[in-house]
Design a protein around this ligand. Sequence first.
Ligand code: ZN
Length: 422
Amino acid sequence: MTVQWLADKAWLGGENLAENVLLSVEGGVIRQVEANSAHPAAKRINGVTLPGVVNAHSHAFHRRLRGRTHQQGGDFWVWREMMYETAAELTPDSYRALATDVYREMLEAGFTAVGEFHYLHHQPGGVPYDDPNEMGHALIEAATEAGIRINLLDAGYLRGGVGGTELSPVQLRFSDGSVEAWLERVSGLVDRYEGEPSVRIGIAPHSVRALTPEDLRKVAELRDSSLRCHIHVSEQLAENSDTFEATGMTPVQLLGDCGLLGEWTTAVHATHLTEEDIAALGESGTGVCYCATTERELADGLGPSGALRNAGVPLSIGTDSHAVIDPFEEARGIELHNRLATGRRGELSASELMAAATSGGSNALGFSPNEIAVGAPADFTVVSTGSRRTQDVAAEGRLQQLLYTATNADVSAVFVAGKQVV
Ligand SMILES: [Zn+2]
């Protein structure tokens, strides 16, 4: 059955919004897009319709820390101890309940898909559950229950630090013991969810801290599979100095050396990069996922997003620790952090930032590109222009005013595969 909507305004690409856009949807896919339509029977969508926004980097359980870590001071590593206390407590049931709430919050904020970077695999002490993928199943069930698409990026975490540091007691929950055992467990997930349209599985070597170069080379053997690869890269200066001391390379150089750079890979954070790193990411087509609200919350630093864009690196966004869950704050945060780092405004255009929040994310997760175009999934995020805050943001038909003004509270409707879920 074909359903037809008439969007008041919609972003079809470029810096301006189109008006009176007819959207015909069948089987969860967009079949027709026609601007300046006067279709009499179509159901009207008020406000501005965007392609579904995509959250390419999430750790669902970090939501528990929201607003609770601001008195202790310190740096990322102090915060990590608090995060590990939360990680020590979760069970499959409590994690399923927590993640269902988090994914509902994401949908209400406009996100139609999530990349869940999942490393909390085993029981306390590291003993696997009866089904070693029980925690992963709990996350996929939570996403399905909430109605959001998910790529479960299953993380490998095998050592405590670059020098071969032992795993801490909490980190034992993250570890499969060997790269072979980890990849074997992931292949079980791939088989189980094959053919599910809203579920994908990805591979996520946690970082160059958590895996040896030999392990990373094993992961690189999967590069021609359908899996997407995500990895935390250079979020912290200590990772860079430890890696350089051990290998004589930056983390990006090490990934290149191990065969992990390329279009299938997304480097998460990419905060502290050299010019050579930026060039290597660009030449290899490796993506970068920025998580601006988490990066500022954790005092990570300001990533070189303008230089990466100039090098041709595809960008995406993620809410990571869920300090806030707001796609507009993440998207404009890429450019606003770049302003603080460079002293220049407007290196990234509104349309580039919106592309990072939509098709950039779906590409990073291996879903069909989120855009308002024939053949694309009918995933839409609708922004109300009826509040005092947003009442004039679409008046001139410019995307930038919406992008720099709207918040998660302005999302009035969300569609996934043609069905309204918010
Ligand atoms: Zn992360």
